[in-house]
Ligand binder design. Structure first.
Ligand code: 1PZ
Length: 213
């Protein structure tokens, strides 16, 4: 029997390639698979990041529940989900639901984090050999996600970022081969991540869902 394939960020980033259909719909299954892998990668970076992975994990789990639940056909794509949740009144634009969080507000959190990921990976890919992932991470965070986080979380995140390994070790942790190989994988994956982000942003803007509490 073949041994299970070792974890590699190549497959994770590849999942985002499988998200966009010919009709420019974003499929939830590969989207969540991509997030699962990213969370696994985050785990491998150490316990300082567990408050981040715990939150991402809870969100991915909630969405996986919708994707497997009674209304699973409504959660095949982000487009189907938005249409269904808006039509059925699941989404409340004014307050966070007392019951289960909607798919729309949950995906919105992951979507905002995807912008951070895009900036971070772009930074990693293009910065010089002596650049520090912790600095790139802080800059990407401040330019994206930080705007949506209260002070305590911003503080905790900024402290955790200091624990990121130096560039060489970070690229090695991706498990795709040499640093050059890792940079090449980033270059291949980024256009897909950018595409998924762009389509989602447009969809949520069109339906005025970008500020869901
Ligand atoms: C490689 C280093 C990893 C850095 C990760 C950068 C993101 C920092 C995010 C800090 C979030 C901390 C915990 C909880 C935050 C939540 O309050 C918010 C809003 O959710 P709500 O409270 O409204 O339900 N959650 C988020 O913003 C989602 C954060 C997801 C972060 C996913 C990181 C994936 C890491 C991939 C590693 C390559």
């Amino acid at each position: 029997m073949a041994a299970p394939a070792a974890f590699s960020l190549r497959e994770v980033l590849g999942a985002f390639r499988g998200c966009v259909t010919e009709r420019r719909e974003v499929l939830l299954e590969p989207y969540l698979r991509g997030w699962r892998g990213l969370i696994r990668f985050l785990h491998s970076l150490g316990a300082v990041f567990s408050f981040i992975s715990r939150d991402a994990e809870a969100k991915v789990q909630l969405m996986e529940g919708y994707c497997r639940g009674e209304r699973r056909e409504r959660y095949v794509s982000l487009q189907a989900m938005v249409q269904y949740e808006l039509a059925s009144g699941v989404v409340d634009p004014h307050k966070r639901s007392g019951r289960a969080d909607s798919g729309c507000r949950t995906v919105l959190r992951l979507h905002r984090a995807l912008r951070w990921l895009q900036l971070f990976l772009e930074g990693l890919r293009t910065a010089g050999e002596d650049s520090r992932p912790s600095a790139i991470c802080t800059d990407s965070y401040n330019a994206s996600l930080a705007a949506f986080h209260p002070w305590v979380i911003r503080k905790a995140a900024t402290v955790a970022f200091c624990a990121l390994p130096p560039r060489g070790a970070f690229l090695e942790a991706m498990n795709v081969g040499s640093a050059e190989d890792a940079v090449a994988v980033l270059g291949e994956a980024l256009p897909y991540i950018r595409d998924v982000y762009g389509i989602t942003q447009e969809l949520f803007a069109e339906h005025r869902l970008l500020d869901l509490p």
